[in-house]
Design a protein around this ligand. Structure first.
Ligand code: ATP
Ligand code: MG
Length: 357
């Protein structure tokens, strides 16, 4: 299970620059003019995980396989996009396909970098984007609620669409749907306004450590939980440095972690994901699962046969695996558990599945 994050925002705010930084490429054209990106850029990135490296060392694995995350760099949206302004409607449909939205928001002053609005105002900018997403949702809800189409919508979805429409039309908080419905059902609705979201405040070098007046105003309103302060420009430059140089530079400007690491951590949190590992001499591999997933479901990530024929999972907690130097000693020291089909997999577990075919 790899998850897909779409980078969304006004034109020329640094979306493609961030995309290039995250995917460590120069694949997306990033340039100082609005609507530089038209077709979406897609990049798959291995999820860095220090635990994976430790496991490779202990198991003396020939191969290391990270789990992956996909980023999509989407064209800039402007007010009226849902009605065809700017690059219009088509680009809203690219957002429909992602699991989570990364809102890229300009939080830097610059006379050089064009701004489609007369001032820097992250709160207003986010409102413009969210309004367009809501308008696109309204249109899609209306279509689905029309008499002829309604019979194709199941009851639960119908309720979601009706409540969503009421929220949008009457300026109520649409997030209340999460209190009433399972998040899987909500995601099936495909509504843009209900996608899990992360806000990335794009700042200049001087503000990477402590933010600035723009990020402060934004955090005052939207809180810190889903907000990251990142400089797309700096991240991009850092990527071009060699390892040691990179560390030195990051230390110099007070950057503890890369934007990619911060985004992945937030992404796993908001999407409620965990990682488990398989590890042996052939390979060590990380697998992404939903939090609170049972052992057979986790096995199903590897192969559906593993899920269907599941018997039990040999399980070692990450700390135990490390402390006992791998499978053999963990077993001898009583740290390996045999878990059945009701076992809820914990983040970091090392698993070996027994199954019937
Ligand atoms: N933190 C930053 N500080 C200063 N300049 C930046 C920063 N981030 C990006 N830029 C610059 O902003 C300009 C626009 O960047 P980019 O092309 O990535 O924007 P975009 O959001 O992808 O635009 P579009 O919507 O047109 O595709 C580039 O010149 C880039 O170098
Ligand atoms: Mg772009």
């Amino acid at each position: 299970m790899s998850f897909k994050c779409g980078i969304v925002g006004l034109p020329n705010v640094g979306k493609s620059t961030l995309f290039n930084a995250l995917t460590n490429s120069s694949k997306a054209q990033a340039a100082n003019f609005p609507f530089c990106t038209i077709e979406p850029n897609v990049g798959v990135v291995p999820v860095p995980d220090e635990r994976l490296d430790k496991l490779v060392e202990i198991s003396k694995s020939k191969k290391k396989i990270n789990t992956t995350i996909e980023f999509v760099d989407i064209a800039g949206l402007v007010a009226g996009a849902s009605k065809g302004e700017g690059l219009g409607n088509k680009f809203l449909s690219h957002i429909r396909e992602v699991d989570a939205v990364i809102h890229m928001i300009r939080c830097f002053d610059s006379d050089d970098i064009q701004n489609v609005n007369p001032t820097v105002d992250p709160i207003r900018d986010l409102e413009i984007i969210e309004t367009e997403m809501m308008l696109a949702d309204l249109e899609s809800i209306q279509k689905r609620l029309e008499k002829n189409n309604k019979k194709n919508v199941d009851e639960e979805q119908l309720k979601i669409l009706e409540i969503a429409s009421d929220c949008i039309n009457n300026s109520k908080d649409i997030q209340i749907l999460y209190e009433q419905f399972d998040k899987k059902l909500i995601s099936q609705s495909g509504l843009l306004s209900l996608k899990p979201k992360i806000f990335v405040c794009n700042v200049d070098e001087a503000s990477v450590q402590n933010g600035n007046k723009y990020t402060q105003a934004f955090i005052d309103k939207y809180g810190e939980k889903n907000t990251l302060i990142v400089s797309a420009d700096i991240e991009n430059q850092i990527n071009q440095l060699e390892n040691e140089e990179k560390e030195n530079y990051m230390e110099m400007i007070g950057l503890k972690r890369t934007g990619l690491n911060m985004l992945i951590q937030k992404g796993y949190n908001i999407l409620e994901l965990d990682t488990y590992f398989t590890s042996g001499p052939e390979e060590t591999r990380a697998w992404t699962i939903q939090k609170n997933c049972t052992a057979p479901k986790a096995a199903g990530e590897i192969h559906t046969d593993f899920e269907k024929g599941f018997i039990r999972a040999e399980t070692i907690a990450y700390e135990d695996f490390i402390a006992n130097d791998g499978w053999v000693n963990s077993k001898t020291n009583g740290k390996m558990r045999l878990e059945g089909k009701d076992y809820i997999v914990k983040d970091g577990d090392i698993l070996n599945f027994r199954f019937n075919t």
